[in-house]
Design a binder for this molecule. Structure first.
Ligand code: AHG
Ligand code: MN
Ligand code: MN
Length: 324
């Protein structure tokens, strides 16, 4: 029987300060708790809508609210956390402490999949907090390169935690007795792929470069790419990105003309930045089409951004099309 290192032992050997390890441990333990609530579904009465909308004017599911409360409460009780921000909270929440870390999160990603028992996840990003004063919203608006830790939990056939701290990406599987065990050390994203992920139902609304890129893929062997492509779209960013972490691929949620004033659907601070860091640390790339996601200077907490990420060479093909 193979033995696996658990998260605590793995963290002990990582070159990070104890306070950051405390934050990561708190998030990991909360995600293990979220996994139990997600798995209980109708048995705990946690499916269905909450009857409220969030700051993005999206209908909240009961699980969006439950998981937001779980993470908020846990982080408020974690000494090194000075402030938090969530997809489900209009404003940042200072914890009353100064220094240490800021955490942003999407407590439940893939809300449309909850009630149909398809994989959902939690995404998190950890940034340094300012020293000397309680954090304000402006203190959260740091480019993704500043992240000191980021990752996600995916609640799927297995519950997994995919994490990056100072370097590299490691993936842990939740055991039946509630331990995070290192099952996938040093995850890398294949540089080449023949698999793309995009919501094809928006095709007629895309800009010309995205139309050209996808059209090239769809032409397969007979087209400019000279190879056949496969398509997958789970509609949970966590699950789509996790597949790319495991077997390569390119994920896109580009700008489209349905709401031309919106840069994209996904949010920079708690979706694109943490996923961008995980993908880059595994050797992949993440861009808005022009700028690396991690180099974008955020202007607003709930800022949206176009996203293209995954296998490095394929992201470059998309980027070249967007620059043409
Ligand atoms: P959330 O459930 O946190 O609001 O995020 C949903 C996001 C993302 O997970 C996914 O990639 C995308 O929405 C799916 O959008 P479509 O329904 O437009 O395909
Ligand atoms: Mn999301
Ligand atoms: Mn969400």
């Amino acid at each position: 029987m193979t033995t696996f290192v658990d998260l605590a032992a793995w963290l002990a050997a990582e070159p990070a300060d104890a306070a950051l390890k405390d934050v990561v441990t708190t998030i990991a333990e909360t995600c293990a708790g979220i996994s139990r609530v997600v798995a209980s579904g109708a048995l705990s009465g946690s499916l269905g809508v909450a009857g409220t909308t969030n700051v993005q004017d999206e209908e909240q599911k009961k699980l969006d609210v439950i998981t937001n409360d779980m993470l908020s409460d846990a982080l408020k009780g974690c000494a090194p956390v000075a402030g938090l921000a969530s997809e489900e909270l209009e404003e940042i929440e200072p914890t009353g402490r100064v220094g240490g870390y800021l955490v942003t999160f999407d407590p439940l990603d893939g809300s449309s999949n909850i009630d149909v028992n398809v994989s959902v996840g939690t995404i998190f990003s950890v940034l340094p907090a300012p020293a000397g004063h309680a954090p304000a919203e402006a203190d959260f608006l740091q480019p993704g390169r500043n992240q000191v830790a980021a990752g996600y939990a995916v609640y799927g056939p297995q519950t997994m935690l995919v994490l990056t701290l100072a370097s590299g990406v490691n993936a842990f599987t939740l055991s039946a007795d509630g331990q995070w065990l290192l099952t996938h050390p040093a995850v890398t994203v294949k540089a080449d792929t023949a698999e793309f992920a995009i919501n094809m139902s928006n095709q007629r609304h895309w800009a010309a470069p995205v139309q050209r890129y996808i059209d090239g893929c769809l032409q397969g062997k007979d087209g400019p790419r000279g190879k056949n492509f496969n398509m997958r779209w789970i509609a949970s960013m966590v699950a789509d990105v996790h597949r790319i972490m495991m077997r390569g691929g390119v994920f896109m949620y580009p700008w489209d003309s349905r709401e031309p004033g919106k840069p994209g659907k996904l949010r920079l601070m708690y979706e694109a930045n943490p996923m961008g860091l995980v993908v880059e640390r595994a050797g992949g790339k993440a861009t808005d089409g022009v700028t690396d996601i991690l180099d974008i200077q955020p202007a607003k907490l709930h800022q949206r951004v176009p996203v293209v990420l995954g296998s490095a060479n394929e992201v470059e093909v998309v980027r070249a099309e967007m620059r043409a």
